[in-house]
Design a binder for this molecule. Structure first.
Ligand SMILES: Cc1ncc(COP(=O)(O)O)c(C=O)c1O
Length: 381
């Protein structure tokens, strides 16, 4: 079976992890600081705080921004449930906005229409390694006094012009899960130019402590830290950070290898009239975290399950494809609680029914690519 993802973890990462273990300091410490600096630099941002998942990066950023019960946070109607849950767990209300069919992210117009007196900010996503139309969204946020968090769990590494996605809002949240561009097993990061957000997240990830343990140890400060906020334990380990440092060094090579595979797929599939191509937005360079296939929706009734038959066909041919992001109205908890339904979010609903992701990762061999291509081309819609 060709997997959907194969983490690129080799000798460099093994050696780095071994050195971290041998150092005797394995919890959040100097390697986390180095990893944070590397990610901040990739994003052209001044601060970054490593945590143990992107979900917790979102949670802690929302707390840092003061989100409280009764607040509304605008989210895409098509994304990962992990983005909504922290809002919900804080007692705030996620307000989904439909997506544009080109970039799968919220539009400035949709955002403008969804704002109420209770809206505090926007959590938008750059999905699948594709850059969204973030500039007009950032403009609306600025005009209306809303904060903007860019969810780059899947978008890390993509650029618009020379500018990295993640550098347009108040903060970016990153994921290092194994299906992402770079991985630390599990892990996440909050990156920002705002010192207030960075400081708050730094405390919130560490029980609310004013100083991390490594700093106390390093500077021989033996008094206990102050606890001025109630925090959690969302720290990344230095073993993970050691792996992450090596992964950031290899990031450009990963993007290059993924781009070659995406170009091969594009060439092979352009003659298939049942596929509607997904093209990166103008002026952007994707990271190809995912390669998205979209079944041409106008040719099929939305409920005839062509995409699901395609998934089964690929599975039978040894290719592990998956639906990745999903319509938030398809999630039981949210549809039950808020009554969200597909006809409220038509573009998200179509994306939910018509898309799947194919295997794409740097070590996908040309022979494996052939198997994927052959499997897709032999499908009869
Ligand atoms: C768009 C998006 N946001 C957030 C997350 C959560 O990331 P993590 O698994 O690191 O918590 C994911 C996970 O895939 C995602 O796709």
């Amino acid at each position: 079976m060709i997997p959907i993802a194969r983490p690129e973890l080799g000798e460099l990462e093994q050696d780095a992890a071994s050195r971290a273990i041998a150092s005797g300091w394995v919890s959040q410490g100097p390697r986390c600081l180095e990893f944070e600096a590397a990610v901040a630099s990739r994003l052209d941002l001044s601060h970054a705080r490593a945590v143990n998942s992107c979900t917790n990066a979102i949670l802690l950023t929302l707390i840092a921004l003061g989100v409280k019960p009764g607040d509304e946070v605008i989210v895409p109607a098509f994304t990962c449930v992990a983005a909504l849950n922290p809002i919900e767990l804080l007692g705030a209300t996620p307000v989904p906005v439909d997506i544009d069919a080109e970039t799968f992210s919220i539009t400035a117009r949709g955002l403008d229409e969804a704002v109420t007196v209770r809206t505090r900010g926007v959590l938008m996503a750059h999905l699948f390694g594709l850059a969204a139309h973030v500039e007009p969204v950032a403009d609306v946020c600025q005009r209306r006094g809303l904060w903007l968090i860019e969810d780059i769990a899947l978008g890390f590494g993509a650029t618009i012009g020379q500018r990295p996605v993640g550098s347009f809002g108040d903060a970016a949240v990153v994921s290092f899960h194994p299906r992402k561009l770079i991985t630390t097993g599990e892990g996440g990061m909050v990156a920002t130019n705002r010192a207030d957000i960075a400081d708050a997240v730094g405390m919130l990830r560490n029980y609310g402590a004013s100083r991390p343990a490594w700093e106390r140890h390093h500077k021989r400060l033996f008094d206990l830290p102050a606890y001025t906020v109630a925090g959690l334990n969302c720290k990344m380990t230095d073993i993970q950070a050691a792996v992450g440092i090596e992964q950031v060094r290899r990031m450009d090579a990963f993007i290059e290898a993924r781009t070659c595979i995406a170009e091969r797929y594009d060439d092979a599939f352009q003659r298939l009239d049942w596929i509607e191509p997904v093209a990166p937005r103008g002026g952007s360079i994707p990271s190809w975290q995912s390669y998205l296939l979209r079944v041409e929706s106008s040719r099929f009734s939305s409920r005839n399950g062509v995409r699901d038959r395609l998934l089964a066909h690929l599975d039978a041919h040894g290719v592990a494809a998956v639906q990745s992001a999903q319509g938030m109205h398809t999630i039981h908890y949210y549809s039950q609680k808020y009554g969200w339904a597909g006809d409220h979010f038509p573009a998200a609903d179509i994306a939910d029914r018509s898309t799947l992701c194919l295997p794409i990762f740097p070590s996908l061999s040309p022979q494996e690519q052939d198997v994927v291509i052959e499997a897709v081309c032999s499908f009869r819609p």
